[in-house]
Design a binder for this molecule. Sequence first.
Ligand code: ADP
Ligand code: ZN
Length: 360
Amino acid sequence: MTEFSVKINVGKGYEVRIGSSLLDDCGNIIAKTTSLCRVAVITDSNVEKLYLDKVIKSLQQAGFDTLSFSFPAGEESKNISTLSDILEFLAENNFSRTDMLIALGGGVTGDITGFAAAVYLRGIRYVQLPTTLLAAVDSSVGGKTAIDLKAGKNLAGAFKQPEIVLCDISTFETLPETEFSNGIAESIKYGILFDKPLFDAFASSDLSSNRLTGDKLTDVIAKCVAHKGRIVELDEFDNGDRRLLNLGHTIGHAIEKCSSFKIQHGHAVAAGMAMIARAGEKKGLTKEGTANEISQALAKYALPIDTDFDIDELNAVTLTDKKRAGKKIALIVPEETGKCIIKTEPVEALREYITLGKGV
Ligand code: ADP
Ligand code: ZN
C-alpha cells in the first residue's frame, strides 16, 4: 500500500506520514527523527485498550524507555484537571527537558498532550499519533493545542508544533461510523475551500463506499494535510488566511452548543457549511447551484445539511463565539466549490446569514 509523506514547513519543519502500518513501525521511525530518550505515551481509556500495547512494544524495541498515562475517554476530560494530572505524573517520574510526549488518540488526546508538552518545563517535544480521521486531517497538524474551560471549548492553549505526525489508517477500522463521518466533513471542507477535484471526488461515485479505505483514504488524507500545511505555513498564529479553515464553523459551533455538544463537531460543521453556502447564494456571493452541490456531497456521507434549532437560539450562542473580533465577525463564504472568501461583517449581519441559511 502507498505511503505518503507531507512536509510542514513551520519552525524547524516536520513530516506528516500517512500509511497503514505506522503504529507497528513507530519506534524506529521516531528514533530516526529524534534522539533516543524517555517517552510518555498519553492516551485515553478507549484507545489504550486498542493500540497502547502495540505502540509501547514498537517504542521499546527501538530502544526508548517508556511510560504511559491514560485518562477517561471523552471531551469532558479535556480540562485543567486532566492537564494537571498529566503534568504531575511527568514530574513524579522525573521527566526531563530532553524527554518526549507521544499523543496516541483522537483530537482530545492530541490537544491536551500538545498543551502539556508546551508547558511542562516550559516546553518539551511531542509526537502525534492520530487515531481518528478528524484528528488526522485537522487537529494533529498545525500546532494548535488546547483544553476547554467552563466558559467554552479550547479557551486555553498554546501554539506548539509536533516533531512528527504518524497517521496509521488501519486504526480507523475500529472507529465508530459517526466518528468516521466527522472526519469526512472536515475533509470535504478542504475540497470546498481549495480543491475542486478533491471535492468532486467526494461528490462523485468515486469515493462513495460508505467507508473509504486503503489507497483512496491515504490519498485523501495526504491532500487534506497538504492543504492544511500550506495554510499553517502562511499563517501559523491564526491572524490571516488560517481563518479560512473556519468554513462552516461559526454556525457549526452554534449548533454544537445548542445541542449541548450532543451533535458532534464534524456533523455540526457539515450543517454550517451547507447553511453558509445557501446564505451566500441568496446574498449573491456564491455561484448558483453551489449550495446544492455541497449539500448533496455531505448527505452522501450521512452528514446533516441543516438544523432544527431556531434562529434566535443559534444567533444568541454565536455572539459568544471566540472567533469574533469586537463588533465584527469573519465569515468564510464559498464563491464556488474550491474557492472561498473571508467576509468581514458586523455581528448583527450574522442573524441574516443564519436566517437565509436555514430551510431546505
Ligand atoms: P476527535 O476530536 O478526533 O473526534 P476524540 O479524541 O474526541 O477525537 O475521540 C472520539 C472518540 O473516539 C473517543 O471516544 C475516543 O476514545 C475514540 N477513539 C479514538 N480513536 C479511536 C479508534 N481508532 N478506534 C476506536 N475508537 C477511537
Ligand atoms: Zn473543525
